[in-house]
Design a protein around this ligand. Structure first.
Ligand SMILES: C[S@@+](CC[C@H](N)C(=O)[O-])C[C@H]1O[C@@H](n2cnc3c(N)ncnc32)[C@H](O)[C@@H]1O
Length: 215
């Protein structure tokens, strides 16, 4: 086989493999074998923009849903020190192990890694000052359940930041997010980005009463 034909065949095989990993059952969690896609440089939804919109403060308790391999975990956790804490919850143990090892290698402390489902969060009402989820909501089969769980665990006055980016096949359009976040009890506050990708911040009204515990 000529060299150019071999190169084309290799690129084709890689593309087919990538597509098989990427375009999976919809919606479903990004498989651990597809984690390399999370290392691709990201325009728009950069770490510094997430930190700017989420504005973590020392002493706060924040929640990250779906940390995956931990792309945003340490930059947020390090801003909560010395007395704050980040809880990172993911459906997949392999992702949690990866994020935990990455945080340990960078001496990251005060991060609670928990295996769980965004649709039934294992936390009490009003437990968090804020929460974030990036490239996660579209993977959850019942997104509205996840939003109402987030509303339950974020205290009045607390915030929620959601990040989405194309070409993620599960991307949640901003219009859908705003409508359903407001239905869940959040108020829209700010957004960075546009149709190709965005971070959006919502807030729980300060005067709103906590919802009843789910048991
Ligand atoms: C595409 S990855 C994004 C990871 C990370 N946020 C990032 O931006 O690099 C989505 C992550 O959300 C997790 N996830 C998907 N559905 C979930 C659910 N229902 N509850 C908790 N985590 C979930 C997946 O296991 C995966 O780690």
């Amino acid at each position: 086989m000529r060299r150019s034909t071999k190169t084309l065949a290799a690129v084709g095989a890689l593309g087919a493999f990538g597509a098989a990993v990427y375009w999976r059952r919809n919606p479903s969690a990004c498989p651990y074998r597809g984690r390399f896609a999370l290392d691709v440089p990201r325009p728009i939804i950069t770490r510094s923009r997430l930190v700017r919109l989420l504005a973590p403060e020392p002493g706060e308790r924040l929640l990250e849903i779906g940390p995956g391999t931990g792309h945003y975990t340490l930059p947020v956790a390090s801003r909560l020190e010395p007395s704050g804490r980040l809880d990172a919850l993911d459906l997949q143990r392999a992702m949690l192990r990866h994020a935990r090892d990455r945080a340990r290698a960078a001496d990251g402390r005060e991060i609670g890694f928990v295996q769980g489902d965004a649709r039934a969060l294992p936390y009490r009402d009003d437990a968090f000052d804020g929460a974030s989820l990036v490239l996660v909501l579209g993977e959850v089969p019942d997104r509205t359940a996840a939003l109402s769980e987030l509303r339950r665990v974020v205290r009045p006055g607390g915030r929620l930041v959601v990040g989405e980016l194309l070409p993620d096949p599960h991307m949640v359009p901003f219009g859908w997010l705003r409508k359903h976040a407001e239905t869940a009890g959040f108020e829209f506050e700010d957004r960075i980005g546009g149709r190709a990708g965005y971070f959006a911040r919502f807030r729980v009204p300060a005067e709103s009463a906590g919802q009843e515990s789910m048991g």
